[in-house]
Design a protein around this ligand. Structure first.
Ligand SMILES: [Zn+2]
Length: 238
């Protein structure tokens, strides 16, 4: 990550009273579904997936010519500088597809790219996937691994298959997502003792589960090309 962070320009953050003043002047935040909340996959110079950034960061990299757009359509892909992508957007604006997102600037409209490529970065940083609640819920698809029903985030808990009181560790192989009712029902017992069967035995994910969630969204279909075969290293606990 070190190299990438060096390559990606950081914007200094405002702190304290100054930050509050900025917030107060802001117009209401755009809805979560707006184009600015999209994610953009970042490839290194060798077309290997290295990172995911937000739209603002992606355009920042494009504008200062540190990256180019990689656009996949009809089985082939083309690369575009910021200016040529803007020109291309003008042509495409007449025929917008529902799965595309657009950003309106003062006097032009530009399509949100799904994939960009860093022009001067050819390393492959190691991605460490933390074992935390968010990632476990994503791995298990927000589905209780005992009753098989889907729940909202707040109605789910993390269950230690072998309870901690019995020496069960906090590892990818020993934690699952469980609804509150199932968690209470199971109590401090093993699934066998509680006569509860796991739907899927928990495993360490091979790929970042949050990325998998993105891949299920038709918006990010083009990411598959770059993620299949890419190895996102999955770290241990912590
Ligand atoms: Zn349940």
């Amino acid at each position: 990550m070190q190299g990438l962070q060096t390559a990606v320009a950081h914007r200094p953050r405002a702190h304290g009273p100054r930050r509050r003043a900025v917030v107060a002047q802001q117009t209401p935040a755009p809805p979560a579904s707006s184009a600015l909340s999209c994610s953009v996959l970042v490839l290194n110079r060798l077309y290997m997936a290295v990172h995911v950034v937000n739209v603002r960061r992606a355009f920042g990299l494009l504008c200062c010519e540190m990256a180019e757009v990689v656009h996949f359509e009809d089985g082939t892909f083309g690369t575009y500088s910021f200016d040529s992508w803007r020109e291309m957007s003008e042509l495409r604006a007449e025929n917008k597809r529902p799965e595309d997102d657009w950003i309106r600037a003062v006097n032009f409209e530009i399509q949100v790219p799904r994939v960009i490529r860093l022009l001067r970065y050819d390393r492959l940083p190691k991605h460490k996937l933390n074992l935390n609640r968010r990632n476990v819920l994503a791995r298990d698809g927000h589905t209780c691994q005992y009753c098989g029903r889907k729940f909202a985030t707040l109605q789910l808990s993390i269950d230690h298959v072998v309870p901690r009181s019995r020496g069960g560790e906090t590892t990818w192989e020993n934690v699952v997502c469980a609804c509150l009712a199932c968690n209470v029902k199971k109590g401090g017992r093993t699934p066998k003792e509680a006569h509860m069967k796991l739907i899927h035995p928990p495993v360490r994910p091979k790929r970042n589960p949050l990325l998998l969630l993105k891949l299920n969204n038709p918006k990010y279909e083009s990411w598959r090309t770059w993620l299949d075969g890419a190895h996102w290293e999955v770290g241990g606990g912590g």
